[in-house]
Design a protein around this ligand. Sequence first.
Ligand code: BTN
Length: 259
Amino acid sequence: MSGINTKGKMIHLVSIDSTNTYLKELAKKGEAHFYDCVIAETQTGGRGRLGRSFSSAKGKGIYLSYLIDPKSALPNELSEITAWGAVAVRDAICEVCGTDTKIKWVNDLVYETKKICGILTEMSFGAENGKIQSVVMGIGINVNHDTEDFPDEIKDIASSVKMLTGKHTDIEKLISVLVQKLDKLNDDFPLNKDYYLTEYRKNCAVLGKRIRIIKGDTERIGTAADISANFGLVVDFDDGGRETVTDGEVSVRGFYGYI
Ligand code: BTN
């Protein structure tokens, strides 16, 4: 990893439970700075949104966590950061692998009906003053996986860059470009939003599609109509009315495959 040009420190681990947990702990102890990132060859307890796990086959993918500078962003701006990250990761994969992935609102990259990347941003707050302690963006990319590298339960919905292109990707090269995009994102956030919003809208996989919005035990059906200025999903619900769904405990599913 020595040839990688980044604004922060890069910590390379062979195996860890979760790079997000590791970087959050470093930040809590004051041992990590904005722009720093942690990369692991494998994770034994990789985590995704909504309490899900993230399968992290050794040496096959990128499992990376990056410390974002929240600056003086407002809480609603901070909740957009995962969407900004999706644009940055999409750009890196496109540049290095020539693969034109789409963004499944809010945090996944997909190709046709299968997932190849997930992003989990976690914020920690100081117990004594309630102030933001850290904003860690965790990115998991399925790069050189073959079908047998995925657990049975996700074989039907997961894919990798290799499975799409038939080509092996130089993981170090992809990390290098990805970290440069994340450094730029960190510089751009929160003021230079236009590029991220335009690209998000242009490459959003769900717009115009029939979707199910699942929250706990309830499910509503509608059509994804737009992405709002703060990256919410604007939905025309079948049971009446247009509403903007924001990230949180919501899962979006289509009717075929993963999208
Ligand atoms: C999701 O699919 O819902 C998000 C997956 C995020 C996975 C990445 S891998 C690096 C970082 N460490 C984790 O434990 N999770 C994120």
